[in-house]
Write a protein that binds this ligand. Structure first.
Ligand code: HGY
Ligand code: MN
Ligand code: MN
Length: 418
């Protein structure tokens, strides 16, 4: 009876094929600066999904799509009554996204399947590779939408009604691109969930480390803020009579930044989106809408940041010039991952002779929600200069290969090889 380690000792992925698949997928939504713009549920997202489904079927997988558009590609095991060992990520990107954020995790999972096929390795448990819908939360909130519905973090019905800035809903867009699936968007027993991802920060590269064994992820709170003043003429209106929504927004944005600094070193705050109305040079802005993104390693800190933001809004409003409405649109607490699976990642990295370190994820990932229903861990690899959510996002082929080999070993150890 050979053990899994005998088999996994020889199981290696095909690095050239994985890199080729990444570059082929990156052509869908390619931008002039070498990035990818493939917003959730656009035609380009649909084309990327179609390509993944084609490849998964060519690899012998059975493909299912659920009601929120999550795609499950299943490689049968010897005993299909066993809960699957699952991996996956997302292929929707930021408007100025890169080739690797999310895409690496999905295609690394597909490469695991392809490599098992090449080497004739049958696993006891089935393997599933998942494309989660709208992880980025850029076009539609909430962020990590597909995995969040899958674990019942938010209800399907209201999520399908979520609209983008043009009023198009998630449900309509899923139908339009052909991914309004029929499978119930609800979790089922899962043996283990692994997600491979670029770090999207500078720590691994700075410490010359190839593999990050991710111990958990920061908690997040996202807000929509509306500041209501009064449009007026930029000339005749005296300064002391103005109800300038953009001036108020500028002061609030500075306070959002200060709130994170007051909770250094692990707190983060970002205002990434702003709309100014009527956005005309010689009109005092009457309305400003902006986003706030808070993150922290400790839930109590996240709550303190929440209170500080609301207090800042109230102070601005008390000055009597503008109205300030702060609405929370995302919340999830800091999420630790599974100790046993984190150790499996460390062990796989070390067995492959790869430098490995523990790391906390500053970014949210679908794994954060999967951790609510299954033992979960993530595998990080470095990205160039720690840059992501930017068209220049880049990763080394040898790191892509290393991360996928760690994924293969960690998954095989969980799936069992007779
Ligand atoms: O915002 C995040 O952390 C992820 O990139 N959606
Ligand atoms: Mn991502
Ligand atoms: Mn991202």
């Amino acid at each position: 009876m050979s053990t899994v380690s005998d088999k996994t000792g020889v199981a290696q992925i095909n690095a050239g094929r994985l890199w080729g698949s990444l570059m082929s997928l990156a052509e869908i939504g390619a931008t002039p600066k070498g990035g990818v713009c493939r917003l959730a549920l656009t035609d380009l997202d649909g084309q990327g999904r179609d390509l993944f489904v084609k490849w998964a079927k060519e690899a012998g997988c059975e493909v299912r799509v659920d009601e929120i558009g999550n795609i499950f590609a299943r490689r049968a095991g010897l005993d299909n009554s066993l809960p699957p060992v699952m991996t996956g990520s997302h292929i929707d990107t930021q408007p100025t996204g890169g080739k690797f954020d999310g895409n690496f995790g999905v295609l690394a999972g597909l490469e695991v399947v392809r490599s098992l096929n090449d080497q004739g390795i049958q696993t006891e448990a089935p393997i599933e590779v998942v494309v989660w819908t709208n992880e980025e939360g850029s076009r539609f909130v909430p962020v990590m939408m597909g995995s969040g519905v899958f674990v019942s973090a938010f209800p399907l019905a209201s999520t399908l009604q979520q609209a983008d800035v043009d009023g198009k809903t998630v449900g309509d867009e899923l139908r339009r691109i052909g991914y309004a699936g029929t499978e119930p968007a609800a979790s089922f027993p899962i043996k283990a969930y692994f997600e491979a991802h670029i770090e999207q920060g500078p720590i691994l590269e700075a410490s010359n480390t190839v593999i990050g064994a991710v111990t958990g992820a920061l908690g997040q709170r996202w807000y929509d803020v509306v500041i209501s003043g009064m449009e007026a003429h930029a000339g005749p209106t005296p300064m002391e009579l103005r109800k300038d929504a953009l001036l108020a927004a500028a002061r609030l944005i500075a306070q959002v930044n200060d709130i994170a600094l007051e909770h250094a070193p692990h707190a983060r705050s970002t205002v990434g989106w702003i709309e100014c109305y009527p956005n005309s040079r010689n009109v005092i802005p009457g309305t400003v809408k902006l986003s706030v993104d808070f993150r922290a390693a400790d839930d109590a800190v996240l709550s303190a940041m929440d209170s500080a933001l609301k207090a800042a809004g109230e102070r601005l409003q008390k000055e009597g010039r503008v109205g300030v409405d702060v609405k929370q649109v995302v919340y999830f607490p800091p999420q630790p991952f599974d100790d046993g699976l984190i150790d499996a990642v460390r062990t796989a990295g070390k067995d492959l002779g790869l430098s490995t370190m523990d790391i906390v994820s500053g970014a949210g990932h679908d794994a954060v929600y999967l951790a609510r229903v299954a033992p979960t861990a993530m595998i990080f690899i470095p990205c160039k200069d720690g840059i992501s959510h930017n068209e220049i996002e880049d990763a080394l082929p040898e790191h892509i290969e290393a991360g996928c080999n760690v994924l293969l070993r960690a998954m095989l150890a969980q799936a069992g090889v007779p």
